[in-house]
Design a protein around this ligand. Sequence first.
Ligand SMILES: [Zn+2]
Length: 345
Amino acid sequence: MFKRFLFALIIFSMLFIIPTVALSFFEQKMGDPSEVSNTNSTELSSSLEEDIRILQSDVTEPEFIKVFNTDTNEVMKIDFEEYIKGVVSSEMPAEFNSEALKAQAVTARTYTLYRINKYADGHVDHPEAPICSEIHCQVWNSKENLIASHPEGWYEKYWGVINDAVNSTKGQVLTYEGKIIEPLFHSTSGGRTENSEDVFLTAVPYLRSVESPYEEESPKLRNSIKIPINDFIEKINSSYGNLNLTANNLKDKIKLGEVSEGGKIKTLIVDGEEITGREMRTLFGLSSANFNFIQSGDEIEIVTTGNGHGVGMSQYGANGMAKEGFNYKQILKHYYLGVEVVQMK
Ligand SMILES: [Zn+2]
């Protein structure tokens, strides 16, 4: 009986108390990713039928690769395709759909070649190798590390799946106008990916904002943090000088500036000062630059949509597309505009 009363009380509170005190800051920009899927899913489903040919390339696949191992500070020489297996299993959960894992295998191989071409004489941070084993380049783990960092039975259950994803796409990479692309990717876009110049300043023709409608299963689609309002104001003041912010004027003093095509905040105007969404993301350690503030009592909640920079392939979006029946080539051509899947010699 008491439980029922408590439940009713909670529902009552949700209905009548919270909305009267919570101030949401940027209602006009808050897009719901599900709205995106409704308006654009026809565009995507028509490409389900599309048969994508793999073109022959005259690029020869390297047999080995030199990788700077940041754990041991040594340069390793690894079989190229074996290296790709260590990347795919580090960069994407092996539980993902096999077509998403294949898409990741092709991006890993493409990224590796891009780095080899760009840093043939070594990267300034690791001069003896064009690529390292960390997030600085792309994450690679040895089989031993992978087994140690996953629950028991992971290797037996998933190594075959990783092997299949890499072996079945062996030698395949992405090109744009004949050149190997830089296939950036991220966890979850929040409904739409970003134009490269909105995040990294340079406009890249194949890194355009596209819809990413199948991310509903991503545990990283939404996130939120709560902080006391005083701490929130102090943090902004410590970085941008003493702005005239108080608990009572935040809603008036913080205005939305520019929003990117992908829905991320490019700029905010805070008491007349322009602050970029990226700066806010760093300042408060946010999952993405697509955020909203909700003021409630003496706390402020920062709600984020999506996870990561939002440029290129969305990994959870790729997994969602794979579950909808799209194959890895369709997924790649969706997230990287105008690219070809080519087969190296
Ligand atoms: Zn590196």
